[in-house]
Design a protein around this ligand. Sequence first.
Ligand code: MRU
Length: 348
Amino acid sequence: MYATMIWSGNDLAILDQTLLPKQVKYLTCDNYHQVKDAIKTLQVRGAPAIGAAAAFAMVLGAKEISKKNDFINELKIIRDDLISARPTAVNLAWAAHKLYNIALCSDDVTVDIIIQRMEDAAIRIQTEDVKINKKMGEYGTEVVPQNAVVITHCNAGALATCGWGTALGVIRSAYAQKKIKMVYADETRPLLQGSRLTAYELHKDGIPVRVITDGMAAWTIKEQGINFAITGADRIALNGDSANKIGTYGLALICKAHNVPFYIAAPVSTFDFTAPSGKDIPVELRNQEEVLSFNGVKVAPEGVGAFNPAFDVTPAELISGIITEYGVLRPPYTQSIALLRKKVAETK
Ligand code: MRU
């Protein structure tokens, strides 16, 4: 799969995902505003990928303000500006805070050294992400049944990360072990991440995939022997409530009704240890035109409005397990996530 982003040392080349699968084109960003715009417009999307892009944006921003007297304050403004680009995916805030804190804790060195440390950290976020995804793939394979007929929603693949993927990483690892018979990819209205990106990735890797519209999920589960569901996540609260692309909650309910196990795969950077439950997760509302139009062509009547939440929150009780790089978490999540948090603190 093509790299989601390539850091040159001076600029960040972002694979423009709004053009896929028709066109493979990189957008070169040499300032943080360009990266912020690319995040906002979904040219780069998927929680871990926007986290890494934000880390590189912080480096670009730091370079832009390196001569300013109030460097730290200016950097804080850049951090908060970046975080505002997409409010639900917590990886964005996680990476921006991480890079800012490096600067904050480096008051004994020159700005050039601070920027070098920030750049090293951004590169680490990018390279570590692939290792984390492979680890999730290993743990996740264990819960995938033999002859799995899988359903997934949105795109949680190599394109949504820095490589391999979270949910699609598990599918890739399970496919390598000959466990996957078929993957059904929800089209994922309104922006079609499922048909444009998930189907593209799986097809490119030779993994059998069929696209269905989101409204076909219940019937397909009933009729096509689907026995495993997996998605990624954008933010997971302390009780296990998990935000992901709009439509995930509905899919989880359908799975419950048909006794199909519903799993989430997400790295630790997607957990929000400050959010007690899903009620504390902000849900991004996007432009109504995304719903009122299809492929850039207006389909709804003039004068009609739309409701366009980009994400929904799946209640913890609908989730069979959460696959992380530390292993598979099981309910009750308040306990397993508290344990995960402890492990993370111990390995730091
Ligand atoms: O709006 P998007 O395309 O950024 O939404 C992405 C998702 O909801 C993904 O499923 C999620 O970020 C997990 S990505 C590994």
